[in-house]
Design a protein around this ligand. Sequence first.
Ligand code: HSE
Length: 427
Amino acid sequence: MKEVRIGLLGAGVVGTSLLQLLEKNREKIQNHYGINLQLTAIATRSPGKLQGKTNVPVTDDVLSVTNRSDIDMIVELIGGTDIAYKAVQSALENGKTVITANKALLSEKGRELYSISGKTGAELGYEAAVAGSIPIIRTLRDGLSSCEFEVICGILNGTTNFILTKMEQESWDYSTALKKAQDLGFAEADPTFDVEGIDAGHKISLLASLAFRDYVSFSSLSVKGISDLQSSDIQSALSLGYRIKLLGISKRSSAGVLTKVHPTLVPLDHPLANVMNESNAVFYKTKEADSGMITGKGAGGMPTASAVLSDIIYYSSRLGSSDIAKENNLFPEAKAFPEPDNLVRYYLRFSTVDKPGVLAEISKVLGRHNISIASVQQRESTSEPVSVIVLTHAATEGEFQKSLQEIDTMSAIIKQKTVAIRLLEKL
Ligand code: HSE
């Protein structure tokens, strides 16, 4: 039987779930795959917390594990880009396979790591880094490798999807929903990564690079999260037939690749609109296979650990095989499509005085920027400001930004900054 000796780095929510899964599945993996997984060492910030829970030696020195010659595979579940980077770099330089769930690390420092992996031949598996339990990385690498992608997008952050679901269905306020997501172990150590769209940005940059085989850097993305979203907009969108979701979107045309993260009004009959709670979904469109969507749990200890374990099994079976085809992950830089030229539709909520001529003033500016109105809604109110909600037809992003800047300076009629949320583009 093939023996694979594993060093585990990090014993937080995902790490402790992985310890349980390894124990539970040991025999099954031996019987089905002929692989004997031997957890050989663990490094964690607080070794005392594992006392009595494992017989494996525990240290707080990650490099003492990555430098051990009797370890074949390193599983990095530390998170962040500092210690985790040093650990993965050291492991790859030492020729060890690395399995990681660390999207920030790969999105921000992946090129350096892939270049070491290219030199030493050590493989890097990251199924758990994007969309938790959804097997999207190997689907892109293997199942859909014959396809030319036009679009890849999705709900890639469980915490924000959970918050949006609870704000809509339970009328929880934003902070209660965030606190619950943290308690359930969905959120990042720094939850601003979740709510400001950074985590989804890391993930869509990884998916886009893999789908298009063009490198999409995290720094090239425009990213907006959900922290200033109001319950009233979630309800208004619903009454208009849309549900607001935080989407990571990347699309490629002959003019280049455009990748971004923002809250989006998704029509209720689109499959992405019905992905709720901490579930994630990846929607794609290819020239050959048309469109499809994969959905599943996107956050939480066990769902994420299940993806880590599937990588451990997959890459264990490849360890030591001299004739396997190793993938080149150093893609050429993607040509960027300029966002101001992108055609979009918007939900606009103007906070205005309730006087004659206000709508005329607003529509004059929109009209001058070639923006056509698709619908207008104003609820009767006895107090000002009143909300005037406009859905537009498609116009360029650049013209929208210019018109909103202009409208927000019209202080005689506009009383608060206009809320502007994009509608799902034609994908
Ligand atoms: N904080 C992440 C999320 C965990 O909420 O989706 C999984 O990457």
